[in-house]
Write a protein that binds this ligand. Structure first.
Ligand SMILES: [Ca+2]
Ligand SMILES: [Ca+2]
Ligand SMILES: [Ca+2]
Ligand SMILES: [Ca+2]
Length: 619
């Protein structure tokens, strides 16, 4: 029986160089600014987006991709964000540039119910002329009792984008959809203090929503007051007072040589897995607190729903003073393992840039870093490079996504890998057997399972209860759920064989063919069950005696005592009884009238069996 706990099995094995797969084709026009999502109902399907309106689809876990361009009458102006909900619906959020309206006058959320094959025209959210709506992100509630299915979105509203006037300000807005993205609540302001409209350090930006285990909605962002956090406990209708998380030294707007423009905007995630870190909130960002030549990636975490935030933890583990920038963060909601992607120059000179992934299996306290890009690239500072990278993970399958800029030539890449050290084993509990009539009923459950093909049920006949030389053979197969974060119950019925002692065990088989045996359970079938009504003891008796009977199948049983002339004295049993031998204590002091010395009859009636016996009461 596997009783290994998640926290004990997460021994990290260094990843070898992972194969890089090009997502965008050579025909793609300046693709950058990426987002990636896994269909939770069919994890073989992975989708990605990039500027300005590209959609990339893979149906084979990222091995190969198809590319197409989206369309909407509301237009496209960047900031693609792709997410799935629990229904398997896919959402593509982006900025607008409508034919009727003006540049970024609203956020657009388009929906597909067939993994991106077809899309609706999209809902426009936050239209408030003449203001601009920018830099949105989405999150879905997958399983909270109250708010499951809600889609949440937060973004920045500008009074007048780019304006330096003190009368113009920026704020964080929020909206939700309770009808799978078709309509959206009138946006509410969740930032307590505004920023400016310049789209630099003192503008409030980077609002990314995350959903907690009980449907809490968490949002953090950055701006002139550092990294701030707010939450809603009523499904996004109202938010509270902004909470300070950490300073953002140097601000979110910074420069990295060779990069057109860079930023350290935050990403917020919450662990809703069954891991030991369930409920933790993580905010990841980058800054130049160590110097303008040495950008670093940080994570702050809260283990109490965002009330308290620990000291920021540096994610990039190098000892160099080189740049790490454009970080993204995800948590595998099946395992609770965190993955961060960022550009990294620790191993290069000048502007040559690699891509790294950092992995944390201890709730963000420590991070293993490894390079995922096969070769470095040398970006051109005159070509827009986009504002973010992306990464997603589910059930141990991890998909980083990034832009390369080989000079001015942009392309989109991934490096899918399977984090086998993160995946939970199938944990089997409570294997038991019951004998009913001529059947043996086996039942068991799994507390968690990942990649569970199923169970072979194996049986061995023993020469005696103490036989050690028995041999198992397979008597059946029960298909597994595959992957489940929640307990799954299984049953198997085996026809009772010839009398004797038997052992049963389960062979749990993974999808990859690996297997493990359960404990063995002994089943005693040595006594074939039959109907019987046995002689009472003691006999003669005064005042009490034991009457026993046996039934081979559960059913309604009546057991009554009569005097010798046939008058009913008392009813001892009148109800549903399980299989087996049953004993009843008959005490004459419990009868209504006192009995006289003499012979009495006790009689059993049950389906398929009627019998009676005599007993003697002596005063
Ligand atoms: Ca952008
Ligand atoms: Ca607030
Ligand atoms: Ca700055
Ligand atoms: Ca650094």
């Amino acid at each position: 029986m596997k009783t290994v706990l998640l926290s004990l099995i997460l021994t990290f094995v260094a990843f070898p160089q992972i194969q890089n797969i090009r997502i965008s084709t050579t025909s793609a026009s300046s693709p950058n600014e990426v987002s990636i999502a896994i269909n939770p109902l069919n994890p073989d399907v992975v989708v990605a987006g990039s500027n300005i309106s590209y959609l990339y689809t893979s149906t084979n876990r990222g091995a190969t991709w198809s590319q197409k361009q989206m369309s909407s009458t509301l237009g496209f102006w960047g900031d693609p964000c792709l997410i799935y909900d629990h229904r398997g619906y896919l959402y593509y959020g982006h900025l607008s540039n409508p034919t009727v309206g003006y540049w970024i006058d609203r956020i657009v959320v388009q929906r597909s119910t067939n993994d991106g094959v077809s899309w609706n025209d999209g809902a426009g959210v936050g239209l408030t002329p003449p203001k601009e709506q920018d830099k949105e992100w989405l999150a879905a509630d997958y399983h909270s009792p109250l708010f499951k299915g809600n889609i949440y979105m937060s973004w920045t509203e500008f009074d007048n984008y780019g304006s330096g006037a003190t009368s113009d300000s920026s704020r964080i807005l929020f909206s939700r959809s309770t009808d799978a993205g078709l309509s959206w609540m009138t946006a509410i302001k969740i930032s307590d203090k505004s920023g400016d409209c310049i789209d630099e350090d003192n503008t409030v930006e980077g609002a990314v929503p995350a959903v907690g285990p009980n449907g809490e909605v968490y949002v953090s962002w950055t701006g002139p007051y550092g990294l701030l956090f707010d939450k809603s406990l009523d499904g996004g209708l109202t938010f509270g007072t902004d909470k300070f998380v950490a300073p953002h030294p140097g601000g979110w707007d910074y420069s990295v040589p060779g990069i057109y423009r860079a930023n350290g905007l935050p990403i917020t995630v919450c662990d809703t897995s069954q891991s030991a870190h369930r409920g933790n909130i993580y905010i990841c960002w980058s800054d130049q607190g160590a110097g303008t030549n040495n950008t670093d990636v940080y994570v702050a975490r809260s283990t109490d729903g965002g009330n308290n935030w620990g000291t920021p933890i540096r994610v990039n583990g190098d000892a160099t003073s080189r740049h790490q920038f454009f970080c993204w963060l995800t948590v595998d909601q099946a395992t609770g393992v965190l993955y961060s992607i960022f550009y990294d120059r620790r191993s290069t000179t000048s502007n040559l840039t690699d891509v790294f992934v950092a992995r944390s299996a201890d709730g963000g306290l420590t991070w293993e870093n490894f390079k995922v890009s096969e070769t470095s690239f040398n970006p051109s500072p005159s070509v827009f490079f986009g504002d973010y990278t992306g990464i997603t993970a589910f059930q141990g399958r991890v998909y980083p996504i990034w832009m390369r800029a080989d000079g001015s030539l942009l392309s989109i890449w991934t490096a899918p890998f399977f984090d086998s050290a993160a995946v939970l084993p199938v944990e089997l509990t409570g294997f038991s057997a019951n004998v009913e009539e001529d059947m043996v009923f086996l039942d068991w459950q799994t507390s968690t399972e990942v990649n569970n093909h199923g169970f072979n049920v194996e049986r061995a006949k023993l020469e005696s209860a103490f036989d050690k030389n028995y041999v198992f053979s397979t008597v059946g197969f029960v298909k597994g759920r595959g992957t489940s974060l929640f307990p799954v119950r299984y049953y198997f019925e085996d026809k009772r064989s010839e009398p004797g002692f038997y052992k049963y065990r389960l062979k749990q088989i993974d999808l990859n063919g690996e297997f493990e045996y359960s404990n063995e359970i002994l089943v005693d079938l040595s006594h074939p069950l039959s109907f019987g009504l046995f002689q009472n003891f003691p006999n003669p008796f005064n005042p009490s005696t034991i009457i026993s009977y046996e039934i081979p199948k559960a059913g309604f049983v009546s057991l009554k005592v009569y005097d010798i002339t046939g008058n009913l004295v008392t009813t001892l049993v009148n109800g549903y009884k399980p299989v087996g031998v049953h004993e009843i204590d008959f005490n004459v002091e419990s009868t209504k009238s006192s009995l006289s010395t003499g012979i009495y009859i006790y009689r059993i009636e049950t389906e398929g069996f009627v019998d009676s016996k005599k007993m003697i009461f002596l005063k």
